[in-house]
Design a protein around this ligand. Structure first.
Ligand code: BES
Ligand code: MN
Ligand code: ZN
Length: 508
């Protein structure tokens, strides 16, 4: 998709589809208070073209509600699309993200390849134009994605050209905001495209190749290691997951080292990259097992975030580790009862021993070594993302992810990042009560601790390896895959966490 910014009056823009935002300006409450759909433009010709439909009361400007007007009189556009933002008083930049996605997803299946999206004229301190422009660009990019690469007859093709029309006089600010939004949206889509790949098309080795390719494109430092390096680093936990598959593991390292930044924090991003999770010897039931191709969504999120970081260049050093493996049952697979030794933090220290209770609790195993490696490489602050537990979706459902942290100041930064990203996460507890449940009679720790509080138990397992390093853990098992299409986003891989991780990094 090519994007442009136009500062011309919108009624004069010759375009296949002119999308204009509308909001409900009714402030009174009660049964008498009818919705008051109001266009967020002062263009008289657009107002005239929309007057008829706005007068009928059939269109209420609800969130993502659309109405199409063909051959609008007095406009150079072929079609006029009104896109609702809902109540104006409650409008947010995230609402703008969705509205932009809605406009794009309206156009796609109708064979419309080019459209113009009008940014709202009303600006406020709460919603400055540049913030809204960035959100619109993100939403449009995210809306343009469909997980249809394996359809021989693709139903809807991508938008080729998208024009953002604005009345704002500050050209450079709006252009920079749109550019930024495009980078963020594209990076999220990059993660989604990886998550969409099935296990046979995206092995750990291929994920490593994709990481290297991306790193070269955007100028990140990178290394992709495999079996030998795992043995050299004594990554016994990571290797134990990989050992059951003929596909070798990939230990992916991406580095962002901005010029002239030699001190301050080093942020460590650690992603779970299980390219397929059968459960191993503790094999999963057949129902829905195909979904376990998305068990590398945490790793993909880190790769997407690193792509955006490389292009947006914050003044902070960042290192990402993705632990990629396939969790398979076989004659060489690990067994329940096996004891594994995790990577030691320093060569002279012993690694912690882990009693394997359930080979399906493999994510925490690969992450344990990923976290230790990030700390060994000098990470001062950690964030990990993983499709770690079914339990997190029991607790929070399919729209909100779980976040855990051992440090309130670091968590506060993440909470602030959420306000910018528009993504939804809810903090869940860590605690000695959970740590108690994973004490092992045989080794230092066991990899499962019973049914109740499963997301917190898994998080507490990781905490054992993060120790005192300020750390955020994101459990995205419930939110990495969207089951139902929405007006503004396709069903399939969500690309969740890319935006929040990016904003968290930028806050340093
Ligand atoms: N990859 C799964 C978690 C998962 C479940 C992701 C559903 C996405 C959707 C993880 O490796 C796993 O199997 N977790 C187990 C842990 C249990 C054995 C303690 C689970 O949640 O059942
Ligand atoms: Mn599993
Ligand atoms: Zn898994």
């Amino acid at each position: 998709m090519r994007t442009e910014v136009s500062f011309a009056p919108i009624s004069g823009i010759a375009t296949e589809l002119l999308a204009v935002l509308a909001a409900d300006t009714q402030t009174a409450k009660g049964p008498e208070a009818k919705p008051q759909p109001t266009l967020l433009t002062t263009d008289a010709a657009v107002s005239a073209a929309a007057a008829e439909v706005l007068g009928t009361g059939e269109y209420k400007a609800g969130a993502n509600e659309t109405v199409l007007i063909h051959a609008p009189a007095g406009l150079a556009a072929r079609r006029l699309l009104l896109v609702g933002l809902g109540k104006l008083a409650k409008a947010t930049e995230h609402g703008m993200r969705e509205a932009a996605g809605t406009a794009v997803r309206f156009a796609k299946p109708r064979g419309i390849r080019e459209l113009t999206l009008t940014l709202p004229e009303n600006s406020s301190e709460r919603l400055p134009h540049a913030v809204v422009a960035r959100a619109a660009a993100e939403g449009a990019m995210v809306g343009d994605f469909d997980a249809d690469t394996y359809r021989t007859e693709r139903k809807d093709q991508s938008i080729q050209k998208l024009i953002f029309a604005t009345a704002d006089a500050d050209r450079p600010a709006i252009e920079a905001a749109v550019r930024e939004g495009v980078i963020v949206g594209e990076s999220q889509n990059f993660a989604r495209s990886l998550v969409n790949e099935p296990g046979n098309k995206l092995t750990p080795t291929i994920l490593g190749q994709r990481a290297a390719l991306m790193a070269q494109e955007v100028g990140l430092g990178w290394d992709v290691y495999s079996t030998e390096k795992l043995h050299e680093l004594k990554m016994g936990a990571f290797w134990s997951v990989s050992q059951g598959s003929p596909e070798p593991p990939a230990l992916i390292v991406l580095r962002f080292e901005p010029e002239g930044v030699h001190d301050g924090p080093v942020l460590g991003l650690v992603g779970k990259g299980i390219t397929f999770d059968t459960g191993g010897i503790s094999i999963k039931p057949a129902d829905n097992m195909e979904k376990m191709k998305y068990d590398m969504a945490g790793g993909a999120a880190m790769m997407g975030a690193m792509r955006a970081i490389a292009l947006l260049k914050p003044r902070v050093r960042v290192i990402a580790i993705v632990c990629a493996a396939e969790n398979m049952p076989s004659g060489t697979a690990q067994k329940p009862g096996d004891v594994q030794t995790a990577m030691p933090l320093a060569p002279d220290k012993p690694g912690k021993t882990i009693e394997i209770i359930n080979t399906d609790a493999e994510g925490r195993l690969v992450l344990a070594d990923g976290i230790t490696y990030a700390r060994q490489l000098g990470a001062t602050h950690l964030i990990d993302a993983a499709t770690l537990t079914g339990a997190v979706s029991v607790a929070l459902g399919r729209a909100i992810g779980g976040v855990f942290s051992n440090d309130d100041a670091t968590y506060a930064k993440f909470a602030a990042a959420l306000a910018v990203s528009g993504e939804r996460f809810w903090r869940l507890p860590l605690g000695e009560e959970y740590a108690e449940l994973i004490k092992s009679d045989i080794g230092d720790i066991k990899n499962t601790g019973g049914r109740y509080g499963g997301a917190s138990i898994a998080a507490e397992f990781l905490h054992t390896f993060a120790e005192d390093t300020p750390w955020i853990h994101l459990d995205i098992a419930g939110v990495a895959w969207v089951e139902e299409s929405r007006p503004y986003v396709a069903k399939g891989p969500s690309g969740i966490a890319v935006r929040s991780i990016l904003e968290w990094v930028r806050s340093y």
